[in-house]
Every structure is written in structure tokens, then in C-alpha cells.
Design a protein around this ligand. Structure first.
Ligand SMILES: *Cc1c(COP(=O)(O)O)cnc(C)c1O
Length: 426
């Protein structure tokens, strides 16, 4: 495969011209840099705006203006059941049954709501397993839940240390920690893709292992959703949560999502309830007794934010047309090309932190500049000044994520050229 790559503009442009997904780029607004388009590699942090978002928002504003409260029942997409209009596409992006997913709240809120139900500590079994160096929200959320239940994070928070190069974690390390601590772990809470290293985890294998040790398995899919073709239902995961402003391109602070496996659809586990989680056939009887809706919808609290859901609906419609499998096929080649450029052209300057096995990563490559943090910062600033948009993660990582919906092979080549210019500058 790698022999098939070439570091020339002619080659990269030929790949772009032959790309069956090339038309999707035109459906996005590419932020400008000086008199041209930037090379945007930050879809892992904030995905770009689909052009169809503005008219979709306008349409909802028009309904509001023209229909007032009647907009709940009238218009092309009545607001009452608006979250249901995104459900099927969301389910297909994450490989779930429709009633296993719900678009609601934001990631951090959903993580807490899920832990209310699926982190049920007892004196014997009250620990949570997370990866060392986890994203701050995840760390704060699990730690605060541990304290909320009256336990001590010093013993109840088990952090899985990296046992492989560059902070990555092997399956054997997860097996070892469960063999040692399994009986006292209530919840295994790991990422689908680790935000700093870009490592993808095997959700099915982790779930089997966790469940075998009597632990719940939950996943933070912030960097996996819309990036990897997930099979959440088949993975058996107890729950998962995600945000939609990264690869899902649904806009800053977009409505997040949650997955609850079908086997918990009628759970008697406690939950924090609200009227929108109530069985919708009797919701408006406004009775005092909470009857949860079957499935993930039963975790909703509030009536959905229509103006925030409209971009998600637009974005998921793009994913439906593109297809996660086709996106993944392009993504493998695109990220493979970026990696090949780094290895073959820039190996005096850069090293890749993300695992080399394509099965253990998504679109993102986490890249470190040889020679220390100051050189890393210098390259990062040079890239930004030249319209190559990535992001910086302390202490020394530049994340570059070619996303298959709108990035081109020529973008990857442009990245390599800007790095080369910076290196020659000394
Ligand atoms: C992006 C991200 C978040 C963000 O959480 P919000 O509640 O959406 O602000 C949380 N966890 C991880 C792992 C992330 O990558």
C-alpha cells in the first residue's frame, strides 16, 4: 500500500480527482486563509460548517415566527418529536438500534446521567477504571461521582497506565488490571479513541472483559463518532456518550448523544428523570408518576433544543449519503498518506505518536516534533501562520486530522511542504 504513495502535487491531485467522495467538500464552508482556503486539519476539535446548516436554521426560525407554539405540531418537522428525526441516522453512524440512541444535552452532562444509572457502587465494588491522562471532563466527572457516592478517589479511581510507546495502552494491560482489580471495579470507562494519542480501543473486547469481571463498560466516543464505523450494539457496551461538534460537524457546543444497550432498555436502575423521558403516549397527562420511555429516550430530561438540533440533522444527512464504510475507506488512505509523508519526507523533524496499525487509530495523527517542546510550539505557530490548521495538546503534541468528508490528499501534501519550509528555515 505505502509503495502506492507519491510526494508530488500531480499524484495528490490525481487521487483527489478520482475520489468518489470528492463532492462532499463543496458542501462545507472551508475557512479562508489570506486569499485562499486554509488547510483545515481540526475536524477532531471543531468540524466545519455544512452549507445546509444556515437554511435549516432559517427554516426553524421561520416556523417559530409564523407558527409560534403551533410549531410543536406543524411545519415540515414538528418540534415535538424533533429528536426522533435524527435518530435513525445517528443509530447508523454508531452501529446501534434506533431505540438505543438519543441526541440530547452535551457530552459531560450525558456522562453524568449515564453514571447515575450505570455506576452503582457498593462497599465491595466501587472503583472506576479510566486511562491515565484522560480528558479532563472525564476525569472530573468520574472523580466527582466517586465522591458523590461517599468513596475516596485515592482508592476508587484506578488509572490504567500506558505500557506501550508514546502513551498507548495494550489490551494485555487492560487484562492485567482487571485480573488484579476486577472484583472491586464497578465501571470500566474508556475512550473509543484517546484524544491525545489518537489510539483506538477495541470496544467489543473491552466490554467482554469488563462484563466477565462483573463490571459495567461505558465509552466516551468524542473522538470516535463519525470517525470510525462503530458497532455499538454488537460491541455489547452498556452505554456510551459523545459530542457532535468534532467529526460530526454539528457546530460549537452542539447537542451530544448517548447510547444505552438494548438489554437496559427497561432497566429498573435508578436514573435522574425529566418529563421528556416519560412515555410519550402519556406524557401530556402530566401525571405524578414517572413512566420511562423504552430505550435511550427514557434518559431525556427536557424538550429538545430545536435550533441546536437542526445542524445535527443536516450533518447526519450528509453522513447517510456518504456512508461510514466509504468514509472509513477514504480515511485509511488519507491518514495513511499523511503518515507516509511524515515517515518518508519528514523523519528528521517529526515522529508519529499515534499507533502505526490503521486498525488502532482513526483519522487523527498525533505528531511530535523532534528536539523538544519549544521546537514543537515553533512549528505549530508556523503552521497556523501559513494556514495549516491543527491543534496543540500539552505537553508536546500537534494533532493533525485529515477528515474524509472535506480533506484532500493535496492538503496532506501541503502540510508536509509547510513543515519542510519551517525545517529549512532552521
Ligand atoms: C471533546 C471531549 C469532551 C468535551 O466534553 P463537552 O461536554 O462536550 O464539553 C469530553 N471528553 C473527551 C474525551 C473529549 O474529547
Amino acid at each position: 500500500m505505502s509503495a502506492a504513495y507519491e510526494a508530488t502535487l500531480a499524484w495528490a491531485q490525481a487521487q483527489d480527482a478520482a475520489d468518489p467522495l470528492r463532492g462532499f467538500r463543496d458542501e462545507f464552508l472551508i475557512p479562508p486563509h489570506e486569499d485562499r482556503e486554509s488547510f483545515y486539519f481540526c475536524g477532531n476539535s471543531l468540524g466545519l460548517q455544512p452549507r445546509a446548516v444556515r437554511p435549516a436554521l432559517s427554516a426553524e426560525l421561520d416556523y417559530w415566527g409564523e407558527l409560534g407554539v403551533e410549531g410543536h405540531f406543524k411545519g415540515r418537522l414538528p418540534w415535538m418529536d424533533y429528536h426522533e428525526f435524527v435518530r435513525d441516522d445517528l443509530a447508523s453512524v454508531v452501529g446501534a438500534l434506533p431505540h438505543e440512541v438519543v441526541a440530547m444535552n452535551t457530552l459531560g452532562v450525558n456522562l453524568h446521567l449515564m453514571m447515575v444509572s450505570f455506576y452503582r457502587p457498593t462497599p465491595e465494588r466501587h472503583a472506576i477504571l479510566i486511562e491515565a491522562g484522560s480528558f479532563p471532563t472525564d476525569r472530573y466527572a468520574v472523580e466527582s461521582q466517586v465522591r458523590f457516592h461517599g468513596f475516596d478517589p485515592a482508592t476508587a479511581l484506578i488509572e490504567l497506565e500506558s505500557d506501550q510507546p508514546n502513551g498507548t495502552i495494550s489490551m494485555e494491560a487492560i487484562e492485567r488490571v482487571l485480573a488484579e482489580h476486577g472484583p472491586r471495579i464497578a465501571l470500566v470507562m474508556l475512550p473509543g479513541i484517546q484524544y491525545r494519542t489518537g489510539q483506538a480501543f477495541d470496544l467489543a473486547a473491552i466490554t467482554r472483559l469488563a462484563n466477565r469481571h462483573g463490571c459495567m463498560a461505558g465509552f466516551d466516543l468524542a473522538h470516535a463518532v463519525g470517525n470510525l464505523p462503530l458497532q455499538l450494539h454488537d460491541s455489547g457496551a452498556d452505554f456510551a456518550i459523545w459530542c457532535s461538534y468534532k467529526y460530526l460537524n454539528s457546530g460549537p457546543g452542539a447537542v451530544g448523544g448517548a447510547f444505552v444497550h438494548e438489554r437496559h432498555a427497561r432497566t429498573t436502575l435508578p436514573r435522574f428523570a425529566g418529563w421528556w423521558g416519560h412515555d410519550k403516549t402519556t406524557r401530556f397527562q402530566m401525571g405524578p408518576h414517572f413512566e420511562p420511555t423504552y430505550g435511550a429516550d427514557g434518559w431525556q430530561l427536557s424538550n429538545p433544543p430545536i435550533l441546536a438540533l437542526a445542524p445535527l440533522r443536516v450533518s447526519l444527512e450528509i453522513f447517510r449519503r456518504a456512508g461510514m464504510q466509504r468514509l472509513r475507506e477514504k480515511s485509511l488512505r488519507l491518514t495513511g498518506y499523511l503518515e507516509w509523508l511524515v515517515h518518508s519526507e519528514l523523519n528528521q523533524v517529526l515522529e508519529v505518536v499515534t499507533p502505526g496499525d490503521p486498525e488502532r487509530r482513526g483519522a487523527q495523527l498525533s505528531i511530535r516534533v523532534l528536539g523538544g517542546r519549544a521546537r514543537g510550539r515553533s512549528l505549530f505557530e508556523y503552521l497556523m501562520e501559513h494556514g495549516v490548521i491543527g491543534d496543540w495538546r500539552e505537553p508536546d503534541v500537534i494533532r493533525i486530522s485529515p477528515t474524509p468528508l472535506y480533506n484532500r490528499f493535496a492538503d496532506c501534501l501541503a502540510f508536509a511542504e509547510v513543515v519542510r519550509r519551517w525545517a529549512q528555515r532552521g
